[in-house]
Design a protein around this ligand. Sequence first.
Ligand SMILES: Cc1ncc(COP(=O)(O)O)c(C=O)c1O
Length: 379
Amino acid sequence: MATSLNRRDWLKSNSLAALALGFSIPSMGMGNEEGMLRSFGMAQGLINLGSNENPYGISPKAKEALLAMVAESHRYQFNVASLSDFEKEIAKYYQVGADQIVATAGSGDALGKLARHFNKGSLVTATPTFATLPNTAKKIGTKVIEVPLTPDKVHDLPAMLRAIDNNTGLVYICNPANPSSTVLSTQALKDFCIEASKKAVIVIDEAYIDFLDDPESKSMISLIDKHPNVIVVRTFSKIHAMAGLRVGFVVGHPAIIRALDENYFTNSQINISNLAAAAALASLQDEAHRASCKQKNAAARSYTFNALKEMNIACVPSHTNFLFFPLGKYPGDFAKDMLAKNVILRSNSYPDGKWGRVSVGTLDEMKQFINILKADWQG
Ligand SMILES: Cc1ncc(COP(=O)(O)O)c(C=O)c1O
């Protein structure tokens, strides 16, 4: 690592560069990856615990498929035999029809486009939540009704149901939730979707669902056939560790998928690179890699949860690859202060106080994080 003087100089020069790019280092906020410092500074020794990435890397099978696909990178996806069935293969894995899937360049791409597509009527969402869909809605002038999480940091489904009216076009629920890391009871969420989808389109963002046990039994994909207003968004960025490869998809009723495909999702068959598509298909077949990532995540998460508890920091019990914790009386800008100590994470102020969100990195990274935090914790 650079000496502390060099590191200070480096941080200073990069802070200026980042500001020139429109990033705000002090207040990165939470629940949104847009405009966020990502692997910024990794080479200089920063520990990046800010973007809920999977630190264990892509599946060896995905890597092999990706490298093999390099030879076909001069071709469009539809001219590569092994990729012509990309959406069909995804559909087969999730036991839906090929006409129920539309591929996107990461799920963030899907969330932004969904906000644009369903732009008639208001949006009902939680606060805080992952911000891509609500922020896009706000940008295009959609009225956004934000329903606070419960004191336990869970989506307040009864209050969200009450917030839906005849003008509501879209409802967004992130389950498991970002930044709060909580999960809803499967039955409660199903009941909500069934009821709410009588009035509006319900988008369930399942970016972190693979960190749960038996995720498919908890997915809302099972509702789609009977409840055509329910849409599920999934990503390969988290458990599949493919954040940089940009693959996500929307699962919905064929009528909705057709409408999306004809609108903002046009050309979905070529918006993912051949390399990313090949890696995604291979990754789906590597259950063992996913299980190993999940198990290592759970161990590092449990270590961090307990270490924070010993410091009297009571994290919300997490069902994801990040932890959400109250900052108590912390006097300054926590994310900024941690960045100065080589750790990228998030913090924000809410009506009930300041909160931090730290991604679960490797056990070694979490030990470093805890040691750095312990050095002069002021909460
Ligand atoms: C809840 C949630 N949804 C969607 C995304 C977008 O991820 P990607 O665009 O990489 O699929 C993220 C990223 O952190 C997220 O936390």
